[in-house]
Design a protein around this ligand. Structure first.
Ligand SMILES: [Zn+2]
Length: 292
């Protein structure tokens, strides 16, 4: 079987009354801050599970959005984020930039630049280290790798190979599953895509998405990734996506842990953000041509 390198990505979005992150604009039903007790419990559970199960090898998202622009940079959160980082986890800036009409600001480079700059400023002021980036709901903009590199962020976890929704600025070709998808283009950021079986683009079936499938489904997708790695003769590098609400839920948490144990038992190498950058970091020289 082929070698697989895995990053455990935990998206810690706050609850939203509208599915798919569509409640993260100001014109939603409520502008109250997220429930701090619920969020604290989720983040503490993520900390405890990651420490116990992976030695702290996980990347957790720090949510920002038109609705919750600065909530997670203040109040009880900076201390919680620092505790996660001290345990070995890395934090990914996670802008959910939805508009009320269902489109997203990922079509607006100026907006993205402003959000990222302002978020990094808030993070610095609160002494929260951000090492990675994950876009909201797989949206992206071609200028993002350069913006992230300028901001000193070398790791991106936005890609969902095969996903396409032009209205929401989602356009990930199958080639996004290749470990050097960005570096081959000379882009200065390491892209680690959501694990994908390469067949269809159903989030409920074809990806390493904890809360959308069952354990047998996750293992089937991992088998396909491993077979691809064997065929290519090089390690596959993918992420396994779970969510804060899932890690707080006993059933989904058990499944995520069972999957990680299964992966470990068959030789999958779980990487921290730092280890991934060390092993796979963006090439400083133009990428080599693919073998014929
Ligand atoms: Zn999210």
């Amino acid at each position: 079987m082929g070698e697989v390198h895995l990053i455990w990505l935990i998206d810690a979005d706050p609850p939203s009354e509208a599915g798919g992150g569509k409640g993260f604009y100001p014109a939603s039903a409520s502008t109250a801050p997220p429930d701090a007790t619920l969020m604290r419990t989720r983040l503490e559970t993520i900390h405890d599970v990651a420490v116990a199960e992976t030695g702290g090898r996980a990347v957790v998202t720090l949510h920002t959005s038109p609705r919750y622009r600065s909530d997670f940079f203040q109040g009880p959160y900076p201390a919680i984020w620092r505790r996660l980082v001290a345990a070995g986890l890395a934090l990914a800036l996670h802008p959910h930039e939805e508009r009320a009409n269902g489109t997203t600001f990922y079509d607006d480079e100026k907006h993205l630049r402003q959000v990222i700059a302002a978020s990094l400023q808030r993070a610095r002021a609160a002494q929260i280290p951000l090492a990675a980036f994950r876009s909201g709901s797989f949206s992206f903009h071609p200028a993002l790798p350069a913006i992230l590199a300028e901001a000193g962020i070398g790791l991106d976890l936005s890609a969902g190979p095969g996903l396409f929704d032009k209205r929401r600025s989602i356009d990930w070709p199958a080639a996004a599953a290749e470990p050097d998808f960005f570096s081959r283009k000379g882009l200065p950021v390491l892209e680690v895509p959501l694990g994908w079986d390469g067949e269809n683009a159903e989030l409920d079936r074809n990806y390493l998405f904890n809360e959308r499938t069952d354990l047998a489904g996750l293992i089937r997708v991992l088998d396909a990734i491993s077979a691809r790695g064997a065929a290519r003769g090089r390690p596959e590098l993918v992420n396994f996506l779970a969510h804060g609400f899932g890690i707080a839920d006993p059933t989904w948490r058990r499944q995520a842990i069972a999957f990680l144990r299964h992966a470990e038992a068959r030789g999958v190498r779980l990487l921290s953000a730092q280890e991934a950058l060390r092993l796979h970091g963006p090439a400083p020289t133009p990428a080599r041509p693919l073998p014929a």
